[in-house]
Design a protein around this ligand. Structure first.
Ligand code: SF4
Length: 263
């Protein structure tokens, strides 16, 4: 009888610390940042289907470029229904300023047609009547729409309390200890969203993103000028880390650097 191999022991799963060691609460952060950048008033930007298209256009490019591409697309076609029926090379030409047009043009057309298939038209205002997790899940079933895009569409277009976590919000939240150091941006959405009242989700998002852009930069955060510094567990720490310099082979070996010995 062949020997039965013992089944391998299950590896212990690493526990990710979801919450960090924050000294300031989310409402305190909104209040303090509100004194610098507020008031944070919600202004609806676009119709939700238009916001879907703008969100696709904004992937891997700046707000400026994506907005230019969006306006160019609408000028060219006049309506999203016309984009849904449009031919891909024409869409591609219209959105060229937004970058990655060859990827984004077929995706935009595909998404618009999928929405029409599912709903019969491009009206997405029904999402506002769904519970937030269902509205998120509906949008995330569309290709190219992840947690951040779904939150942007629901929050900016429909005023729903969905927290969008981009690179700035993610970095600042980690530095403030609101989330643990290993929490991914995707996982941070629900964690940060649960820290504030629904009415404060939008101000929380705008406060953190503005702070990340103006003060808490990825490289060289301006901790000395930061209103949150007295309560920030990373104050000064991030400042002390010098940016990593790439060493050339010559520098590594000391060639041409006057390095003649290892003393
Ligand atoms: S103190 Fe420094 S690390 Fe902390 S939030 Fe302010 S700028 Fe960012």
């Amino acid at each position: 009888m062949p020997a039965v191999k013992p089944s391998p022991k299950p590896r212990p799963r690493k526990r990710i610390q979801k919450r960090g060691r924050a000294r300031l609460s989310a409402p305190e952060i909104i209040r303090l940042l509100g004194s610098s950048y507020g008031p944070f008033q919600h202004a609806s930007r676009l119709d939700p289907a238009e916001e879907v298209v703008l969100t696709i256009l904004s992937q891997h490019t700046s707000d400026y470029n994506s907005e230019r591409a969006f306006h160019s697309l609408m000028r060219e076609f006049g309506s999203l229904d016309a984009v849904a029926d449009g031919d891909i090379p024409r869409i591609e030409r219209a959105i060229q300023t937004g970058g990655l047009a060859r990827v984004k043009a077929p995706r935009i057309r595909q998404i618009l047609n999928l929405i029409k298939e599912k709903r019969g038209n491009l009206d997405l205002t029904f999402l506002k009547d769904l519970p937030l997790p269902e509205a998120k899940a509906w949008l995330r079933s569309l290709p190219g729409i992840g947690p951040k895009s779904a939150a942007v569409i629901l929050c900016f277009s429909l005023g729903m309390p969905a927290m969008a976590v981009d690179t700035h919000v993610h970095r600042v939240s980690k530095r403030l200890g609101l989330i643990g150091p290993k929490v991914s941006a995707d996982d941070a959405h629900d964690i940060l969203e649960a820290m504030v009242e629904p009415d404060d989700v939008y101000p929380f998002h705008v406060a953190l993103i503005t702070h990340g852009r103006k003060v808490c930069h990825a490289q060289r955060p301006r901790c000395a000028a930061c209103v949150l510094a007295p309560g920030c567990p990373s104050a000064g720490i991030a400042m002390k880390k010098p940016p990593k310099k790439k060493l050339t082979n010559a520098k590594r070996s000391g060639v041409g650097q006057g390095v003649t010995s290892f003393r």
